[in-house]
Every structure is written in C-alpha cells, then in structure tokens.
Design a binder for this molecule. Structure first.
Ligand code: F1P
Length: 355
C-alpha cells in the first residue's frame, strides 16, 4: 500500500537513527556471542553448515556462509529458506549432517520457520536461530537461539539488524574455528564503526542526491556478493530506483548492456579482486558509467570516486564497514525523491505466508 504519510526529514527518519546506531549494536553482538561461545562452538564446529534466511536475511546468509567456509575450512552453503524445504534434493545430499544457521530479524518469517522445522524433523542437525526477537517462532524451532534484541530495527527496512546479525555470525565462525586472529579483527570493528559511518555520509549524500544517476549496480566478490545484494535491496526498498547486484566479473557478461551515463557502478573493493577490477571499471567507464570504489585497496582501480574504508583489515572482515555507505546512499535517494525510507511501498516488517 502506498504510504499517505509525508516523507520525514532526514533527522526524523527511524532508518537513519538505526543506521547511525550500528556501532553500539555491533559491540553488543561481540559480547553476546562470546557469552555463548562454548555452546556455539559445540554446535558449529567440525561439520558442513547451511545458512539460510529470506530477503535481507538471505543476503546475510551469503556473506555469513562464504566467510564461514573460508575461516573454518568446512563447507558452508547459503540458501534462500524456501529452497531448503521446497527443493531439498537439489541442495543437500542424502546423509547430510551439520548445523543450520537461520537468520531472521523478526523470527517470524514463514519460510525461515518452515525451513528450521523441516531441517530438524529430517534429523540433519542442530538449528541455530539468529534473531532480534525474544520468544519468537524461530527461537522455538531452534536448538540454540542467539537473540540480539538491541538490533531490532523498528523501520520496515533492515539496516542495523543486518550488520549486527552478520557480525554475530562471523563471531560464531571465529569461535568454531578457534581463529584468534579473525576474532581479534571482529572485536575491533565496533570501535571503527562510527568513523566508517561518518566517512560514508558525504559521498552517500552526493551520489544519492544526484538524480542524473537513475540506475545503480553493486558489485561484490565472494562474501561481498551478499553485501552488494543488500545494497541493491536497500535501494529498491527505500526508493524503487532500478538497482542490480553481481559478482564483479560477471557484470561484463551481458548485464553490462544496461550501462549508460545515468548508471552508477559501485564496486565493493577486495584485495583478491584488485588485479582484475581496474579493467572492469575501465570498461564500464567507456560505456558512460560513473564508477565508485568503496573500501580497500583502491589504488589502480581508476574509479571516478572513492571511499577508503578498512585499510588495515583483510577481505574477510572488512566488508562490514562498507554497509553504512550502501544504506545511507539509499536513504539519501529516498529523501530526495520525497519517499519515506521507513515505509517502503508494498512491504511489511514481517512477511508471513497468507498473512
Ligand atoms: C526478512 C524480510 C526483510 C525485508 C522486510 C520483510 O525478514 O524479508 O528482508 O526487508 O523487512 O522481511 P526477517 O526474516 O529477517 O524478519
């Protein structure tokens, strides 16, 4: 239903408050996971894992699973929750055993609850529910519920809840792997969050308010694909502007046809991709795109605009610092279009089947 409420000023937006409040919420996640460390280690270590969710929580599952596999050395499969119970033969092998990590801010999304129940009924392994809601249906369907109530966004769109649940998942991964170096990186992120938010605001405002840019493409490698997809979703939800997300090199294989002078291509920079992504940006620039590179390393990419973030972090943990920029970009565009970023068209805070 279109909202009849006039769009709020930026300062009145619930979404903005939640974006700005992320660093405190991250600190809470680090602490909460450490307190449940033994139980999480027991459930997560030593077996292939499945990660699932819907919408934002599904994109979170991609970033969580890719990092989990890299850090633990155990297979990790990201799924849309519905795939798990509607087409299980295509995703899990007979005899599968290992934990399911199911994400849901509300803990009430129909498909995520059904996936958790289905997984347990089949005896595939323990379910870890990561949510912001105490006493939720997901919690009831889980062997261990990791509840992060301070990250429960009141806005329809998920911002703080996405990054906080992602950091919590990465912490669980670090504990399962016993990887103190990785855990040390994650423990440093909350203290750097406020600086990342502050550094992101000017470029987010400039690009978001530049209405000559009518379509946005977000590119992310590996676990950063989940972040790129989430950047796309924020823009769609808050603004209805055309947005797409790809693994960077994939963009050249067809989708590049959409590029014109009204296109912004936002690359989420990674050390691993650096040797290839300069050529990619040069290509899309030739077709007229505005190119923006976020993160690190940025040298040699030749992007029109850059936002340096997280230079002293490795790829696996740096991406969290990129998210405020993507969220703020969408918020700025929503406000310039006179849309209410807190209340996207056609969307409710919880999506229930038949509800
Ligand atoms: C998942 C989701 C969100 C979307 C909206 C409706 O919610 O699809 O991605 O932005 O808020 O719900 P959840 O399962 O994480 O509560």
């Amino acid at each position: 239903m279109p909202t009849s409420r006039p769009a709020p000023k930026a300062t009145e937006s619930q979404t903005l408050r939640e974006i700005l409040g992320q660093p405190e919420a991250w600190a809470g996640a680090v602490k909460a996971v450490e307190e449940r460390g033994d139980a999480l280690r027991r459930l997560l270590a030593g077996a292939p894992a499945v990660f699932c969710g819907c919408g934002t929580s599904r994109y979170l599952a991609i970033s969580a699973a890719r990092v989990h596999q890299e850090v633990t050395g155990m297979a990790a499969l990201p799924l849309a929750a519905s795939e798990l119970f509607l087409a299980p033969e295509g995703v899990l092998l007979p005899g599968h055993r290992g934990p399911l990590v199911a994400f849901s801010r509300s803990g009430e999304t129909t498909e995520t609850i059904l996936a958790a129940r289905f997984y347990r009924e089949r005896g595939w392994g323990p379910v870890i529910g990561v949510t912001t809601q105490a006493d939720s249906s997901l919690g009831a369907a889980s062997d261990l519920a990791l509840v992060l109530p301070w990250a429960n966004d009141q806005s329809v769109v998920m911002t703080r809840s996405f990054t906080t649940m992602l950091l919590a998942s990465w912490m669980g991964t670090g504990l399962a792997a016993g990887d103190e170096t990785f855990l040390g990186e994650l423990r440093r992120l909350p203290a750097l969050g406020a600086r990342a938010v502050g550094a992101s605001r000017p470029l987010a405002a400039e690009l978001g308010r530049d209405t000559r840019l009518r379509q946005f493409v977000f590119l992310g490698l590996g676990g950063y694909l989940g972040l790129a997809c989430e950047g796309m979703l924020k823009l769609k939800e808050m603004t209805r502007v055309v947005a797409e997300a790809y693994a960077p090199m994939e963009f050249r294989h067809g989708p590049v046809s959409i590029v014109d002078e009204a296109t912004a291509v936002v690359l989420l920079a990674t050390s691993r991709g650096a040797g290839y992504h300069g050529d990619l940006l040069a290509d899309v620039k030739r077709f007229g795109a505005r190119t923006v590179a976020v993160g690190h390393p940025l040298d040699g990419l030749g992007a029109d605009q850059t936002l340096p973030l997280g230079a002293d972090f490795p790829d696996r943990s740096r991406g969290l610092l990129y998210m405020p920029f993507l969220q703020l970009l969408a918020l700025e565009r929503a406000l310039v279009l006179g849309r209410d970023p807190d209340r996207p068209q056609n969307l409710t805070r919880v999506v229930r089947l038949g509800g």
